[in-house]
Write a protein that binds this ligand. Structure first.
Ligand code: GUN
Length: 278
């Protein structure tokens, strides 16, 4: 079975539109991009388009590659104070001369719709997550949509980034999965995979996980968006071989990607609701 993130995301957007009907003060999302990274430009433009289609107030701040760190911090300070803005997102990666962790810490935790501020990361690690990183939250929503009890399942997460792997592992543990967090130094990855009821691949390497390594009837969530040798888009999982083994699998594109944007819109809505005491 295919898990269509696209379809679930559509339902989320419809629900958000319904909630905002008749409201004249709309949620406001500010997206900041520093530099010209082509993939980042695409992601930022998707966020812009979706926010506009939901009637959000949306600002995209495009800063040049050589923007001084102080200038970026000043912009964040201004957005922190701006009452029209309920969510602030700084697209990563940032250029090397900028200290990302300093920048992420400058965003007011109440407006941190990416959930990357250490305060929000800390709440998530204690099981009290409020603004949860969008990709991780989107994966949890997709898994919940399957109507398969997650409790007690063995989940193998590959990748330990703060953006995806680590928060996904925490969320799955909070759904009572037994979680193994694998990474570039993991030995015998295939041993772990052969015992995994759920595999979340967030590695960033085209077709890294082959179906032959998977347990029969597992659930596969593919976070990767890579270009294969022939130029086509592909995930971290070799889709054709994995599909044979898995009982449910996300496609690339149309899987995790749309869910990330859906959860960003949801987090922005939640910040807006908090601000207006809804
Ligand atoms: N770069 C890759 N994924 C993300 C994300 O979810 N948020 C931000 N801000 N940057 C990213």
């Amino acid at each position: 079975m295919l898990i269509s993130g696209k379809k679930i995301a559509k339902e989320v957007f419809a629900q958000i539109k319904q909630e905002l009907e008749g409201e004249d003060q709309k949620p406001g999302l500010a997206v900041v991009l520093v530099g010209e990274d082509p993939a980042s430009k695409i992601y930022v433009s998707r966020k812009h388009k979706r926010a506009m289609s939901l009637g959000y107030h949306q600002e995209t701040h495009l800063l040049s590659e050589d923007t001084p760190q102080e200038e970026l911090l000043t912009l964040i300070d201004r957005l922190n104070q701006d009452e029209k803005i309920h969510g602030i997102l700084v697209q990563l990666p940032l250029p090397n001369h900028i200290d990302s962790s300093l920048v992420l810490k400058r965003i007011k935790p109440e407006k941190d719709v990416d959930g990357f501020h250490p305060y929000n990361a800390g709440l998530l690690s204690q099981g009290q997550g409020h603004l949860i990183p969008c990709t991780a939250k989107g994966i949890a929503v997709m898994l919940e949509s399957l109507d398969i009890p997650l409790s007690g399942l063995h989940a193998v997460v590959i990748g330990r980034s703060n953006i995806v792997g680590r928060p996904v592992a925490q969320l799955l543990e909070q759904h009572n999965c037994t979680v193994t967090l694998c990474h570039s130094r993991t030995q015998n990855l295939n041993d772990h995979l052969s015992r995994a009821d759920i595999v979340v691949a967030a590695v960033g390497k085209a077709n890294f996980v082959h179906g032959s390594a998977l347990k029969e009837d597992c659930i596969v969530i593919d976070v990767g968006i890579n270009r294969s040798e022939n130029g086509s888009l592909c995930g971290d999982v070799d889709f054709d071989s994995a599909r044979e083994k898995a009982k449910a699998i996300t496609p690339v594109p149309g899987g995790v990607g749309p869910m990330t944007i859906a959860m960003l819109m949801k987090n922005t809505l939640e910040s807006w609701k908090r601000f207006h005491n809804h």
